[in-house]
Design a protein around this ligand. Structure first.
Ligand SMILES: Cc1ncc(COP(=O)(O)O)c(C=O)c1O
Length: 380
């Protein structure tokens, strides 16, 4: 969960330096007033370096990052984009906003995209795939990428929950064509609201950078008001205060992920003898441990676990209580989703799943509290 747990002096000093040293809150221009202070640009450079890619583009949210990624790939009317049934509504909304049709694939025991179902859903109209690393556990990237390559379809990684994770030692978000990140207040690192895209391909980066800024090409030989453009776009620019906070938060990313992983392992070892099954983590992948997800026997048992956890002062996260925002089978308000089948396979996992949020500053009594709460239900 938790960049927000660690917001403190470092973030304050970065923000203060915007006011003390520059006073310019816009990411571009005002060069004679800003004393060389470019927080968003610095955040992008630092993020690209951390993710081991040449290009990063900061935007206003993780939702915006998805929308910009689709624009960079020229996705529009008549196109289909496949994503998974278990994700936040934003993933499907971005596809709808682009004019394309969202096609939903089932998930498997990783609670991420099922590669077999993905392949079944590909048609001649499929123009992109958005795979999601839900709650910090990597999807089966190697299999999914090889299917994308087989059909020549670009893969976008929605890394909203996966910032700081790896697959085959490759940072999540950089395995496919474009990676998108969210820095909203519930994410591994946060700028309050904010997002990022990462790219290996310069052309995609340039298209995205122009599109997120009304088409501005930021031609270095022209003042901004005379700037060149070759297409229109929109405004999803990040502002300097967010960039400043991002710089401080990025420094904490590895600590957050390490701490979440060790706290999750403490809980896991406490409850591993109970009659539950942990969510599958693909071999060779490194999860961010945003949440610990396990399966019970059935939906009734999952709900009973949540009630008992709540009664013992422990919350759950998304599963089972917030499933209606995170499962495409329940998005009746989105008529363009494929409703040809009801995602039975996805439901067979989601219906009996319980997700426990992992924090950085964990109370040391939490693992035993969780065990006590679960024992009273699972033993009855
Ligand atoms: C999987 C996923 N994608 C995208 C988003 C959107 O991010 P934001 O809240 O920054 O718009 C979220 C937000 O929770 C998410 O969970």
């Amino acid at each position: 969960m938790p960049g927000f747990e660690l917001i403190g002096e470092e973030e304050f000093l970065e923000v203060k330096s915007v006011f003390d040293d520059s006073g310019i809150l816009f990411r571009h221009s005002f060069d004679n007033l800003r004393n060389g202070v470019f927080k968003v640009k610095d955040f992008e450079s630092a993020f690209a370096k951390r993710m081991n890619v040449p290009y990063a583009l900061a935007v206003t949210s993780g939702s915006a990052a998805l929308r910009v990624a689709l624009a960079a790939l020229n996705i529009g009317r008549g196109d289909e984009v496949i994503t998974q049934s278990f994700t936040f509504v934003a993933t499907a909304e971005a596809i709808i906003e682009s004019g394309a049709k969202p096609i939903i694939s089932d998930i498997d025991d990783t609670l991420n995209m099922d590669p077999n179902d993905l392949e079944d859903k590909i048609t001649k109209n499929t123009k992109a795939i958005i795979v999601v690393h839900m709650l910090g556990t990597p999807a089966r990237l190697a299999q999914i990428k090889s299917i994308c390559d087989k059909y020549g379809i670009p893969m976008i990684e929605d890394t909203a929950w996966g910032c700081g994770g790896f697959y085959d030692n490759i940072p999540l978000g950089t395995y496919g064509s474009i990676g998108t990140f969210s820095f909203d207040f519930a994410k591994t690192i946060t700028t309050g609201e904010g997002g990022m895209l990462v790219f290996k391909d310069e052309k995609l980066f340039k298209k995205a950078a122009a599109w997120h800024d009304h088409g501005h090409e930021n031609n270095p030989s022209l003042p901004r008001w005379e700037d060149s453009r070759s297409g229109s776009g929109f405004n999803y620019r990040m502002m300097e205060l967010q960039g400043a906070i991002g710089l401080a938060q990025l420094e904490k990313l590895d600590f957050v992920v390490e701490k979440q992983r060790s706290n999750m392992n403490l809980i896991k070892s406490e409850i591993s003898n109970l009659d539950i099954q942990f969510r599958e983590v693909p071999t060779g992948s490194f999860e961010t441990a945003d949440a610990l997800v396990f399966f019970t026997k059935n939906n009734k048992m999952a709900i009973a676990c949540r009630e008992s956890l709540l009664a013992n002062g422990v919350g759950t996260k998304i599963l089972p209580e917030a499933i209606s925002w995170h499962f495409a089978g329940l998005w009746e308000h989105m008529p363009s989703l494929n409703k040809d089948k009801q995602y039975e396979k996805s439901l067979s996992y989601l219906n009996r799943a319980v997700s426990i949020p992992i924090t950085v500053n964990m109370d040391e009594k939490l693992p035993s509290k969780i065990k006590k709460a679960l024992l009273s239900v699972l033993n009855s």
